[in-house]
Design a protein. Structure first.
Length: 144
């Protein structure tokens, strides 16, 4: 009986250690994704007329998207498959596609930095950025 309890305790301790490893990676991924959402939201408010056009803020948001998209490529380790995450398992099965999408998002955000000069150009570029985000959400994110 003591062996049984020792084995169960060791398993529980091991599971806790694995979960702790996952939690840090998942939290980092969530933070990066929230930064993307916040940056996109900043530009969306301008595009909808809820906030005045501010080129400096738009440029900052685009730079955030460019850098966070590349950062996200390092935040899909196999140890982050399970835990408190909305990323579907298929994202890990099709990791090459996910990484390519992050590259495209980053590239589009970088190109948008040169293209955005006024509200009309922001609206056009925001459509491209939003299409990138929506494609990933549709295929790789659990429904809200």
């Amino acid at each position: 009986m003591i062996r049984y309890i020792a084995v169960v305790a060791a398993f529980a301790l091991g599971a806790t250690a694995v979960y702790a490893q996952n939690a840090g990676g998942i939290t980092a991924r969530k933070d990066a994704l929230k930064a993307l959402g916040g940056a996109t939201g900043t530009m969306a408010k301008m595009a909808k007329g809820e906030a005045p056009f501010d080129n400096a803020a738009a440029q900052g948001a685009l730079k955030t998207i460019e850098t966070k998209a590349l950062e996200l490529k390092g935040l899909f380790g196999d140890d982050t498959k399970v835990g408190e995450t909305k990323v579907l398992a298929v994202a890990f099965e099709k990791k090459a596609d996910v990484m390519a999408r992050f590259d495209k998002l980053s590239g589009d955000a970088k190109a948008a930095q040169a293209a955005v000069k006024d509200l009309d150009s922001l609206k056009g570029e925001l459509g491209k950025i939003g299409a990138n985000c929506g494609g990933c959400h549709k295929e790789y994110r659990a429904p809200q």
